[in-house]
Design a protein around this ligand. Structure first.
Ligand SMILES: Cc1cc2nc3c(=O)[nH]c(=O)nc-3n(C[C@H](O)[C@H](O)[C@H](O)COP(=O)(O)OP(=O)(O)OC[C@H]3O[C@@H](n4cnc5c(N)ncnc54)[C@H](O)[C@@H]3O)c2cc1C
Ligand SMILES: *[C@@H]1O[C@H](CO)[C@@H](O)[C@H](O)[C@H]1NC(C)=O
Ligand SMILES: *[C@@H]1O[C@H](CO)[C@@H](O)[C@H](O)[C@H]1NC(C)=O
Ligand SMILES: *[C@@H]1O[C@H](CO)[C@@H](O)[C@H](O)[C@H]1NC(C)=O
Ligand SMILES: *[C@@H]1O[C@H](CO)[C@@H](O)[C@H](O)[C@H]1NC(C)=O
Ligand SMILES: *[C@@H]1O[C@H](CO)[C@@H](O)[C@H](O)[C@H]1NC(C)=O
Ligand SMILES: *[C@@H]1O[C@H](CO)[C@@H](O)[C@H](O)[C@H]1NC(C)=O
Ligand SMILES: *[C@@H]1O[C@H](CO)[C@@H](O)[C@H](O)[C@H]1NC(C)=O
Ligand SMILES: *[C@@H]1O[C@H](CO)[C@@H](O)[C@H](O)[C@H]1NC(C)=O
Ligand SMILES: *[C@@H]1O[C@H](CO)[C@@H](O)[C@H](O)[C@H]1NC(C)=O
Ligand SMILES: *[C@@H]1O[C@H](CO)[C@@H](O)[C@H](O)[C@H]1NC(C)=O
Length: 587
């Protein structure tokens, strides 16, 4: 082990990895010994370093500056102020949105502050230490295809495993793993609009936006607005907080399916993508579209990120601007009676509303519905039960009761008004669980009552439960994506979460995962096995079927074709190896 540390010093210093570079840091020393890095020779590291033109860095934990007596330093002040700031996190290789994926959950190695009060010094004082946890030890700041080809070659020869990180939003820890080399796609920020984009080798033109893999929705929406087009992207929201500005447009979101509030009528991300540029594990840069590498195109449209190659860019369909009818009803304080009354209205009307283009977001104390297909008079008529309910709350003087009936000239103007300055929930450790709810649960009075009861039961166990009204209910697709077909038969995507803080014990973390699984169980009991791969229980039962339905066997064949040496792997991904040391930090 000592030999290994000495070796790294000898090797890194001459390579010129210096703290003065923007993303470069001292090489952390805590994870050595029997590390797979022992398998990489100095010549292999040197070849990689040269091939990526020096963009090879040692990673640092996000909150490192706060430890070892640094809590009062200006660097740590900045971390404290921005501990819950998504920009600061995703601009930092060691920062993840859900913080347990920075830690090693099994060993407790971590470098966290107290998210409830980041200026609480206790987490940074001895005996607490700062460890790299699950953050990859080294990473390549990817700028071109050759960088990725060199990393695949390095991994194949040295047996050092790879992890692809884009924004670090993943709920299932698929963008971090201990003792790995990371491929960071965050800085691939190019974006261009072509009103008559033709996929290479095809003949049909459509308006398309080509985006580097690092582009995020907070960048794409203003771009769309400036070009007078609509892009369908991530969109959780509520009036008070939560937005998805930081989610990548091309990475895990797109490859896992990608839903938003416009998906009902305009499709999922996977439906709208026209072309990928991807480096497959053999080091080849390939173009995948409807006219070439169609198998890969199918797999990248729903089969999941981190599995078939490293995507460098994607081109997605651009649509004309949409006029949105928006209805909001909300109040302030949790009240089980009012939640039940609200949700009963929603459940009873959802079948009809789903045919009228509505998408939206619902929580215990709020509902936001929007549609791009009705005019205001039509929307007023169909939303009457919801609006009347809201007006009644206002009349009764329920605290904070609000009803809004609004029209927006575009998705961008709506998004600015509702999500504009809000940040996502982040900086916490959490266990998510979810379920897709099919039309059949809304069809009869009995199924409506059962669904409402299951939702209320789940909510009583997990008050953060949300309905994301974002399945492609009215969008049949062209039959060439690999997203679970259950998506198109569904009306709600229900999510819930359980949180824990920096000092939770292994048992406490396990209890939160168990709580989320238990909370979603009433919905599992009344629905088929179907859940969104990107927003699912880490321990989703029957996950191949739940995430991909009948597509799994075909996806597995494509995985074996393009990644025969298994250079890419991630938790519950197509063809994963559950026994891989990559997963040693999962509980
Ligand atoms: C606050 C928040 C809001 C969200 N809102 C939505 C929403 O509205 N709709 C929705 O559908 N989902 C939403 N999600 C879920 C989101 O789709 C997933 O978290 C997704 O994995 C994010 O992808 P990413 O590339 O941004 O993140 P990362 O964590 O960096 O990557 C996720 C996965 O994709 C892989 N990957 C990333 N980039 C590449 C690449 N270039 N090539 C190959 N593989 C790659 C990674 O290896 C990893 O497996 C939300 C998540 C959060 C935390
Ligand atoms: C693969 O790596 C080896 C060193 O590990 C190097 O000799 C070879 O040139 C590399 N090949 C490619 C295609 O980068
Ligand atoms: C930080 O400063 C406060 C007040 O100046 C002091 O009480 C505390 O001991 C300092 N903490 C550390 C870790 O140096
Ligand atoms: C978050 O951090 C970024 C820089 O990383 C900064 O520009 C922004 O103002 C911060 N946001 C908030 C709400 O402090
Ligand atoms: C980004 O765009 C610039 C300017 O068009 C181009 O030179 C560069 O090669 C592009 N980068 C990538 C990764 O596509
Ligand atoms: C748009 O795409 C078409 C077809 O591929 C191409 O001929 C044209 O040059 C592109 N326009 C721009 C501005 O890139
Ligand atoms: C935006 O596009 C729409 C239709 O695509 C068009 O009717 C409208 O005039 C355009 N607006 C501007 C400002 O270009
Ligand atoms: C819930 O709201 C109703 C209607 O305003 C009110 O009568 C009731 O007291 C509230 N319940 C609680 C627990 O606050
Ligand atoms: C829709 O309802 C709102 C709120 O009641 C009202 O202000 C608006 O005029 C109505 N629009 C139409 C076209 O009926
Ligand atoms: C919803 O439908 C159920 C079953 O028909 C019924 O019992 C309930 O009263 C309805 N709810 C509302 C708010 O109309
Ligand atoms: C965890 O830390 C919080 C403060 O961040 C403290 O209130 C709580 O008591 C600690 N829990 C345990 C089990 O030590």
């Amino acid at each position: 082990m000592l030999l290994f540390i000495a070796f790294l010093h000898l090797f890194l210093l001459p390579l010129g990895i210096q703290t003065s570079l923007v993303y470069a840091h001292d090489v952390p020393l805590e994870r050595r010994g029997t590390s797979p890095f022992d398998t990489a020779t100095q010549a292999q590291w040197q070849a990689l370093y040269d091939a990526v033109e020096g963009r090879l860095y040692g990673a640092t934990p996000f909150a490192q500056a706060c430890f070892n007596g640094g809590f009062n330093s200006s660097a740590c002040q900045n971390i404290q102020t921005n501990y819950l700031n998504e920009t600061t996190r995703f601009d930092s290789f060691g920062g993840y949105i859900n913080t347990q994926w920075e830690t090693c959950q099994t060993t407790g190695q971590r470098c966290l502050l107290d998210y409830i009060n980041p200026s609480n010094p206790t987490p940074a004082l001895p005996p607490n230490q700062c460890s790299l946890g699950s953050v990859p030890n080294y990473y390549v700041d990817v700028r071109k295809a050759e960088d990725v080809a060199a990393a695949f070659n390095f991994s194949k020869e040295s047996k050092v495993p790879l992890v692809i990180k884009n924004t670090g939003h993943d709920y299932k820890g698929r963008s971090s793993a201990p003792r790995t080399l990371g491929l960071w796609t965050h800085n691939l920020k190019n974006m261009t609009y072509n009103s008559s984009f033709v996929p290479e080798g095809c003949t049909t033109a459509s308006p398309g936006v080509t985006m580097g893999a690092g582009v995020q929705w907070g960048e794409a929406y203003p771009f769309a607005e400036a070009n007078n087009i609509t892009m369908v992207g991530a969109s959780h929201s509520s009036l008070r907080k939560g937005s998805d500005k930081g989610v990548g447009t091309v990475g895990g979101w797109l490859m896992g399916g990608g839903h938003g509030a416009l998906t009902n009528t305009m499709g999922m991300g996977a439906d709208r993508v026209l072309q990928f540029k991807v480096v497959t594990p053999d080091g080849q840069l390939r173009t995948a579209n409807a006219c070439q590498n169609q198998d890969l195109f199918y797999a990248l449209r729903g089969g999941g990120g981190g599995t078939f190659g490293v995507v460098l860019e994607a081109t997605s369909l651009a649509s004309p601007p949409v006029t949105l009818q928006v209805v909001v009803v909300q109040w302030t304080n949790p009240n089980a009676t009012l939640t039940a009354a609200l949700w009963s209205i929603l459940v009873n009307n959802s079948l009809v509303w789903s045919t009228q283009g509505y998408g939206g977001f619902v929580q215990g104390e709020s509902a936001i519905y929007l549609t791009p297909t009705l005019n205001q008079a039509q929307s007023n008529a169909t939303m009457k039960p919801l609006v009347d309910f809201g007006l009644q709350l206002v009349e009764e003087g329920v605290e904070g009761a609000t009803v809004l009936v609004l029209q927006f000239p575009s998705w961008g103007t709506f998004y600015d008004a509702f999500a504009g300055d809000h940040s996502a929930d982040l900086g916490t450790s959490l266990a998510l669980a979810s379920r897709l709810i099919p039309k059949s649960n809304f069809e009869t009075p009995a199924s409506q009552s059962d669904l409402l009861a299951a939702l209320l039961k789940a909510h009583s166990l997990s008050p953060g439960l949300r309905f994301l009204i974002s399945p492609p209910t009215s969008y049949p697709g062209d039959g060439t994506t690999s997203v679970n077909d259950a998506w198109r038969d569904s009306i709600y995507h229900i999510t819930l979460v359980s949180l824990w803080n920096w000092n939770a014990t292994v048992d406490e973390k396990r209890a939160q995962y168990a709580l989320s699984s238990e909370a979603i169980q009433p919905l599992r009991d009344i629905t088929p096995d179907a859940a969104y791969v990107n927003e699912a229980d880490v321990y989703e039962p029957n996950h191949e079927v739940a995430f991909w339905g009948t597509h799994y066997p075909e996806l597995l064949k494509i995985k074996q074709k393009y990644d025969p040496d298994h250079l890419l792997d991630c938790w519950h991904c197509v063809g994963w190896n559950p026994n891989s040391p990559l997963f040693s930090c999962y509980l």
